[in-house]
Each structure stands twice: as structure tokens, then as C-alpha cells.
Design a protein around this ligand. Sequence first.
Ligand code: NAD
Length: 253
Amino acid sequence: MIATDLRSGVEQLGDMIAEASTIVPFTGAGISTECGIPDFRSPGGLWSRNRPIPFDEFVASPDARDEAWRRRFAMEPTFAAAKPGRGHRALAALYRAGKIPAIVTQNIDNLHQASGFAAEHVVELHGNTTYARCIGCGKAYDLAWAKLRFEETGGAPDCAVCDEPVKTATISFGQAMPEDAMRRATELAQHCDLFIAIGSSLVVWPAAGFPMMARNCGARLVIINNEPTEQDDIADLVIRHDIGETLGPFVGN
Ligand code: NAD
């Protein structure tokens, strides 16, 4: 059912939150747009400017690796300046209140951790862009190291241990999904009584399967997004409004 207006949507959401004992939020890029990080698919989003670099191209092509790192360094002022928004802070308040055991996110911006979620309670389906990893041995690197290597060599960094390429710790198209995160997200979706999809176009699979999975396992499903999604039909409540405006009332003190 689509909420007729913002106020009635917020009221119905408040009732559902009060009635729920285990809430699992599932977030996408839309929750971070008010923090200054563009999403992928809105006008002006990242895809209108840059074609994504698939994983096999990153592995095969030094030019693609250089380009991937140039883009990442260009985004660094944006990521570094971003602070949690009203959506992040509302979810952190519900987490502190014991309503949310863990959050499932497609985001790579680390803003749920910055809002107060313990790192072990943030299930990152698409990784995290605030650090890097070797694609061979998995050694973690910070971005300052990658930047220094890029400046010294004029190209994308390779691992100091095994010489394989180092990539931001994100999941690119064509790259295997992280098994542990997929397993934990599945358990959370199957064992909650309220699942709230927030700021996702729900078109990137397999992540987009979790709202449906939660609904099929008996949870109520709420979708908060400012444009229609393909799963609106199966949701108990659709709030087609701005995320900050919708979740702002739940931020608390
Ligand atoms: P998406 O770009 O496909 O969809 C975002 C949705 O949020 C859109 O439908 C848009 O209309 C909506 N939206 C944007 N701002 C909103 C607002 N203030 N209020 C309400 N709705 C709003 O993003 P996705 O579904 O997360 O999938 C894209 C992939 O992009 C993800 O897998 C993620 O890894 C990656 N990504 C992450 C970030 C980030 O970490 N912040 C940013 C861009 C892309």
C-alpha cells in the first residue's frame, strides 16, 4: 500500500516500528545522497558520468586499473567530507534501542559505522570503498598507501606481498559476492518481523532479492524510496518521499 502523504507514511511506519521486535534495514545509495554522495541511477548520478569498470576488465587491463584508481581518488574529498544523514542517524537510534540487531547495506561509504553501528553489525554486500585489498592474497591497505604508490609509480598499486593488483575493498560487477555477508544477510532477512528497504532502486541482484525473501518468510516489508521500485507491489507500506524527511522524526536526541 502506498502512503497517501508523508505524514501518514511516517505515522504508519512509527506504528510498525513500535509493533516489531526485530527490524532489519536494507539500505542503498539513496540514504547517502543528502550526505553529498551521488547515487548511481538518479539524474546526475555516477552512471551518467562514468561507465562502471567490470571486475574482469580491472584484472586484465592496467589502463582500467589506473582509471579505476583515478576515479576513486577524485571521489575522495566527497567520501572524506560525508557525515551520517538523518536516515543513518534514525537507524542508529533504533539500533541503540535494541530494535535492530544488524543492518544490511549495499553502500560502500562506511556511513552506518560512522553513525554508531558496530562494524560487526554492518553487513556490507558490496564491500567498502574507504580502504583497499589485494585481489590475490587479500591483504588490506589504507587509501593513503595506495595514493602514495600511485604518485610514485604513476599507476595503480600492486600488492607489496604477492604483487597482484590492489583494488578498493568493493565488489565490482562480475566479481563474486562475499559469502559471509550473503549468509548473514539471508539469516537476518529470514528472522526479522520488519524489513525496511531504504534508498535502493532494487535492480542490483542478488542484493535486491532480500526484501522479497524477508516478505516470503513472514516479515512486514516497508520500502522508502522517492521513485517506484519493482517490489512496491509486494510491500506492506511504500513511502515514496525523501528519506531524510521520512526518517528524521525517528532520530531522537
Ligand atoms: P541506486 O542508485 O540504483 O538507487 C538509489 C535510489 O535511491 C534511486 O531509486 C533514487 O531515486 C533513490 N533516492 C536517492 N536519493 C533519495 C532520497 N534523498 N530520498 C529517497 N530516495 C532517494 O542505488 P542502489 O540501489 O544502492 O544500487 C546501486 C549500487 O551502487 C549499490 O550496490 C552500491 O554498492 C553502489 N553505490 C553506493 C553508494 C554509496 O555507498 N553511498 C553510492 C553510489 C553507488
